[in-house]
Design a protein around this ligand. Structure first.
Ligand code: COA
Length: 374
């Protein structure tokens, strides 16, 4: 097909520090116990709510998460701080998100058989971009000596598939020839490590995918994008109100409201059927049966959620190769999760084999790509 688009390489940056559930629980236990002691009288009087004590066993059972990677560990684990130390950088220094992207870009370009200066489109998609402008994507474009154009976009956890769709469209309409989709996630900076319902959920990572027109591609391994599909449906169940209006708002808000928050049970119940229907319709449009799909690289937020989605799509529980899990080690890396699964777990598939890469999250937003190994 003349307008056929292929994924020709992927790259992954894994931050240097890993935090186990036990380490996280130990620091929050100290912090919550201290808080409760310091506010004992108000808690007794009912004017302050006691902070709950976390439990490592609960975390693994409820989510499947055992550890997560972070850009900085000491600050997160310091009971008096519970957030990473990420020092301010001068305008002349590379931004943290661009820095995370570079090794993943080089890995992905090496797989694609492309040089940095052959790139002519960079889309950075993430659930939090570290500044409003200039775009991190344009900083990356400048740093690697790429041509063309670049921009940032945010569709929360679905940013990877939404930015891949944008890249596919640009390649098909001729406005780009070699596109990089970059998903840098510093979730440790938007997470609320002081609340036990949230402290375990997230991890940091950056993924990159190279997309090109099939007739240009030179990579040894290529994945043809057979179909893309995006969907959104408004919900307040996952929300982050951090934004430029915050300093102008006259009613003081609980700072916890200005970072990530969610109603986890509700998200679980509402998102699973949306994703199942989304994948079924996506496959239906290609006249494909779920049994034809060798691998599901799903968004990595909750193990039970992914098992349920795969079970409903397949009509049976998936085995571990059919719906690979990376959240046990990486936790929820937001938009990077499904791409990490694709990056680490696409071995063993042969030419003609089909897979589905699917991300979902706040918005609500759901995106998927059906891919075929060439
Ligand atoms: N340690 C101990 N107890 C904890 C805890 C922790 N770290 N976190 C929560 N709990 C408690 C809760 O306070 C609650 O106590 P209660 O029953 O006394 O109120 C109980 O455990 C159950 O909490 P709940 O939130 O209902 O647990 P859950 O089984 O739904 O698991 C999530 C929580 C977040 C793991 C799960 O809901 C989830 O993953 N949902 C989907 C989230 C998602 O995909 N989000 C997308 C983001 S992009």
């Amino acid at each position: 097909m003349p307008d056929s688009v292929v994924i020709t390489g992927t790259g992954l940056f894994t931050p240097p520090h890993s935090i186990s559930n036990d380490e996280l629980v130990a620091s929050l236990t100290v912090s919550a116990t201290r808080f409760n002691e310091e506010h004992a009288a108000e808690i007794e009087a009912g004017t302050v709510e006691a902070r709950a004590i976390p439990d490592a066993e609960f975390i693994e059972k409820a989510s499947g998460i055992r550890s997560r990677y972070v850009m900085e560990k000491e600050g997160v684990l310091d009971p008096d701080r519970l957030r990473p130390h990420l020092p301010t950088r001068s305008e002349d220094e590379l931004s943290l998100m661009a820095e995370m992207a570079l090794p993943a870009i080089d890995e992905a370009l090496a797989q694609a058989g492309r040089r940095r200066d052959e790139v002519d489109c960079i889309i950075v998609g993430a659930s939090n971009i570290q500044r409003a402008y200039p775009a991190v994507a344009i900083e990356i474009q400048h740093t690697i000596g790429a041509g063309g154009w670049a921009y940032d976009m945010n569709v929360a956890c679905s940013s990877a598939t939404f930015s891949m769709q944008a890249a596919v469209d640009a390649l098909r309409n001729g406005s780009a020839r070699c596109a990089l989709v970059v998903n840098p996630e510093i979730t440790s900076a938007h997470n609320n490590f002081a609340l036990r319902d949230h402290h375990f959920i997230f991890g940091d990572a950056c993924t990159v995918a190279v997309l090109e027109r099939a007739d240009d591609a030179v990579a040894a391994e290529q994945w043809e994008v057979l179909r893309t599909r995006l969907e959104t449906k408004f919900s307040n169940s996952i929300r982050n109100d951090f934004g430029f209006l915050n300093p102008c708002e006259d009613d003081a808000r609980d700072p916890f409201e200005l970072v990530f928050r969610q109603r986890g049970q509700q998200v679980f119940k509402e998102v699973v059927p949306l994703v199942v229907r989304h994948i079924e319709e996506q496959l239906g449009a290609l006249s494909l049966d779920a049994a034809a799909i060798r691998r599901f690289w799903l968004h990595q937020a909750n193990l039970k959620m992914n098992q349920l989605i795969a079970k409903q799509v397949l009509g049976r529980l998936p085995d571990e190769t059919e719906a690979p899990v990376i959240l046990d080690r990486y936790a929820n890396t937001s938009s990077a999760g499904s791409v990490i699964a694709f990056h680490l777990h696409r071995g063993g598939l042969e030419a003609g084999h089909l897979g589905v890469l699917c991300s979902f999250g706040a918005g609500y937003s759901i995106g998927s790509l059906v891919v075929r190994k060439r």
